[in-house]
Each structure stands twice: as structure tokens, then as C-alpha cells.
Design a protein around this ligand. Structure first.
Ligand SMILES: Cc1ncc(COP(=O)(O)O)c(C=O)c1O
Length: 260
């Protein structure tokens, strides 16, 4: 697979960043992961916008024009790439983008609730400081689940460590926590809300036993049905999840011109 490091296209194995880069030493930097369908990226501008906002909030240097140039050059170097593209920009000024294969994704995922307290300074920032998110997944696996469902100390349901959370409490409407609950402004979440099938509504952990169906949503997973939340077993996918999955795929196909 190909990558581009500070403007130079090279095989990803040869992409070397100095060990003194603050992205490595401190997790000080920002990133994005973008789906690429037969060479066509989905929602590229939205990803650039979010990355620029993340860098601005983190108060680090960010050269959007250079990152846009790198991305175009990388995609042109592998015009049929089907998978994803990772963009990284660090506080040391390193620019890195790489084409990647999609990770294996099982048909459904068991969720385990995990108490989580976000670092208020990093709210809304897709930063490289993702150790807590990685740990949340390892804790889930250690508990025999596939992913964590993050819940605040006061019981507000948030999201997965790298995914938005969507569920139905009544079997009629799908809901997802509002941004005011301090979840990431996920691009998949935005696309799902735009279908008209998903509303923003806070969810309390005490309501989880009422859940009729649920899924995680992200660029990589799209609609990923949850087969359980703690001890509650769920139909995966549920009927509303299937319907919204069709709408999401149609929205993506329309945006990428039929490449999806
Ligand atoms: C915390 C968190 N929530 C949600 C998402 C899903 O965002 P997107 O749909 O933009 O991939 C991510 C993606 O990495 C994430 O890290």
C-alpha cells in the first residue's frame, strides 16, 4: 500500500517519522480516516474541515492546502483503491497519509457499558491522543464483548470509542446522543441524521434495558448492528437498522457517483 509523507509518495513500510515527533511522544496531533470506494473518497471536504477544526482547537500548525495536495497525489497514485485513507498531521508539522485495507468487521458486535470521563480540553477534537479509546476496546474484549459503549459517571450514554451509537427505545424511531452530550461530530452520524430516520436525543443508562435495536456507526463500519448491550440480547440487525443502512448506502453511492 502507498503512503505520502511530507509530500513524498512511498510504500507505507518506508514511511519513517523522526522518533522526536510530538505525535509519537505525546499523541499531539490530529487525524482522520476516510472511506475510499474504487478510488473515490466519501465526504472528503467534511473530513478536511473537521481535521482543520481539530488542529485549530488543539492550537497546532496545520497546512490544509498541503494536506489537500498530498491526498490528491496519493489517490492518483492508486486510482482504484478500495478501502480507506488515513490522514495524520502532528504538532511537529509532520504530514502523513496512507491508503489502507478495510479491517475485518464481524457481522455484529456485542457491547459492554464502560464508565468514561472525557478530557474536556479535547472535546470535539479528533486527536492522536486515543490511548483511552484503544484501552476501552481492550477492556471490552477482556470482558468477552467486541466494543465498549461509553457512559458518563452520571449515566449519560455517549458513543463507542471510535464509533457513534444509535438505538431505538420504542421500535419506531432511531435516536443518537446530541453533540451537547460531548460526543464526536461523526460524519457517518451526520449522514444518518440527514436520512431523516435518526433523531438526536440524550439516552440515560437506565433506559438501555428498553433498547429494541442498536448499532455502532462510523466511517469504517457504516451501520454495525449490536447483538447485545451487557446482558440484553438484541436482534442484529433490527428492522430500523436495516432500513437506515439502505438509506446510508444510497447517500454514499450518490456522493461517490456509484462507486460504492
Ligand atoms: C469517538 C468517535 N466517535 C465517533 C466516530 C465516528 O466518526 P466518523 O463517522 O466520522 O468516522 C469516531 C471515529 O473515529 C470516533 O473516534
Amino acid at each position: 500500500m502507498l503512503a505520502i509523507l511530507n509530500g513524498k509518495v512511498l510504500p507505507v513500510e518506508e514511511a519513517m517519522v523522526p522518533a522526536t515527533d510530538v505525535g509519537l511522544l505525546r499523541g499531539d496531533g490530529v487525524f482522520e480516516v476516510i472511506r475510499v470506494y474504487s478510488g473515490v473518497p466519501f465526504a472528503l471536504e467534511q473530513h478536511f474541515d473537521r481535521m482543520e477544526q481539530s488542529a485549530k482547537k488543539l492550537m497546532i500548525e496545520f497546512d490544509r492546502a498541503a494536506i489537500e495536495r498530498d491526498t490528491a497525489e496519493l489517490l492518483a497514485a492508486d486510482p482504484e483503491h478500495d478501502g480507506c485513507m488515513r490522514l495524520v498531521s502532528t504538532g511537529s508539522g509532520t504530514r502523513f497519509a496512507a491508503l489502507e485495507a478495510l479491517p475485518p468487521i464481524p457481522p455484529s458486535v456485542r457491547l459492554t457499558t464502560l464508565t468514561y470521563h472525557s478530557t474536556i480540553l479535547l472535546d470535539g477534537i479528533k486527536s492522536l491522543s486515543y490511548a483511552a479509546n484503544m484501552l476501552a476496546t481492550r477492556i471490552a474484549v477482556d470482558r468477552g464483548a467486541g466494543e465498549s459503549l461509553l457512559v458518563t459517571e452520571s449515566g449519560t450514554v455517549l458513543e463507542g470509542p471510535r464509533q457513534s451509537f444509535v438505538c431505538s427505545l420504542d421500535g419506531k424511531r432511531l435516536i443518537t446522543p446530541p453533540l451537547a452530550d460531548r460526543v464526536l461530530d461523526s460524519i457517518t452520524r451526520r449522514t444518518l441524521i440527514a436520512t431523516g430516520m435518526v433523531d438526536e436525543q440524550s439516552i440515560h443508562v437506565d433506559q438501555l434495558p428498553e433498547v429494541k435495536e442498536a448499532f455502532l456507526a462510523s466511517t469504517l463500519r457504516e451501520v454495525h448492528p449490536a447483538s447485545a448491550i451487557d446482558d440484553l440480547e438484541l436482534e442484529a440487525p433490527g428492522p430500523l437498522s436495516q432500513q437506515v443502512d439502505v438509506l446510508l448506502r444510497a447517500a454514499i453511492a450518490e456522493a461517490v457517483g456509484g462507486s460504492a
